[in-house]
Write a protein that binds this ligand. Sequence first.
Ligand code: UDX
Ligand code: ADP
Length: 465
Amino acid sequence: MKITKICCIGAGYVGGPTMAVIAQKCPEIKVTVVDINQARIDAWNGEDLDKLPVYEPGLDKVVSEARGRNLFFSTDVNKAIEEAEMVFISVNTPTKTYGEGKGQAADLKWVELCARQIAAASTTDKIVVEKSTLPVRTAQAVKDILDNTGNGLKFQILSNPEFLAEGTAIEDLLFADRVLIGGDSSPEGQEAIQALVDIYSHWIPREKILTTNVWSSELSKLTANAFLAQRVSSINAISELCEVTGADVNEVARAIGADSRIGSKFLKASVGFGGSCFQKDILNMVYISRSYGLHAVADYWEQVIIMNDHQKARFAKNIIKALYNTVSGKKITFFGWAFKKDTNDTRESAAIYVADYLISEQAQICVYDPKVSAEKIYADLDYLNTRSSEENRKYVTVLSDPYEAVDSAHAVAVLTEWDEFLEYDWDKIFQSMLQPAQIFDGRNILPHKDLSKIGFRVKAIGKSF
Ligand code: UDX
Ligand code: ADP
């Protein structure tokens, strides 16, 4: 089966970059990305490529090459579904905030709505591809809805989980370690798998395209993220041990990472992992395990989240302790709010939780982040519902100049590892801060010895000075 038209529902961090790369690499396929959010679609269609709704290095170039040629962004969801042979579902699946499974299970409301909309808008058979991270066996639910509401048409459901990491999405898409496609073992299922294999084969070597059954594919995505998050929690657990024993977590990471069985990647101790996937996927895994009565499995994975929450709280508590056990009325400057560098995404960012903790102690937080807007920062805090939005605005200021942000601050806390922090004039920063000027490096990126020489009191994750 030859695919000539693709529709992708959801123009977010996953749908936007993924479809841009497919369109760039497959110029003969018309790719339409649709979203119900008009402002988002307008931003994707905007002239100024610096203002795309998703910030990703290299994305602007890919979009400028393909947009208007075979890549289109639209709010006309039904039309795009109708004309496509293949429809990707790339909508958000946040953790439920209400009812059964609250705080753990994925909220599949948007996925179900998509399935219903695909069924209603279709007049021809379609291949439906799950791109969003979904709990295992979601494909069954999607299939059930399509088969029962889809005017007797035939739908094949594939699972094609996304493994891109934000900040390196374009690289990850272009040079993927692997592409995973799960589908049905029937001849029709195999034909659908082949149609998607043919698309990725435009730029991914065939041996890197893995095909499995749907459930393995869905579970592999959750497992990959759980393993990655577990590595971060493991090294973060060791970081606390380093601080009390005099070991240095970077040296420990280097020593263990040299063992090829362990590997050197993903061993950076930090203030805690964030992002839209790690926590959500592990919570999903915990929820599924518990619902099958596998309590030991659930407890095991839950510990990764518990450790991560501990690391965020520990960072905030260390700041309070170093500032003589009170931060009330004290200005503390946050360098960085995004959950990692090179993205404007803040979902589950450690910065949100550290700020929330310090605000509860009445600290005055001043935030500088090169890519995150003030509205987003306030919205993140308001979403926690810890206090009123007026109060959040009273305690938090957002500035666009880092030097202004540190003026008269008691402390600087590095929450995101943006490269530009290394280029700053730290002498000048020292002069403008209140003394003793303190730095809390939640990412271990700054030159700690040089800063100590300037006169800063420095604290970093997994180090004792
Ligand atoms: C992750 C997976 O890497 C990706 O494959 C999947 O498709 C989506 O989830 P992402 O959340 O975008 O990607 O970023 P990632 O680079 O994995 O970082 C997640 C969090 O862990 C960030 O907050 C990051 O700062 C933190 N992290 C990562 C560490 O603290 N230390 C590390 O060594 C690595
Ligand atoms: P992700 O990181 O998974 O890409 P985002 O929240 O960035 O998540 O993007 C998901 C997008 O899906 C949002 O822009 C949202 O408006 C869109 N969306 C959700 N439900 C629907 C729907 N039924 N039809 C079209 N777009 C949808």
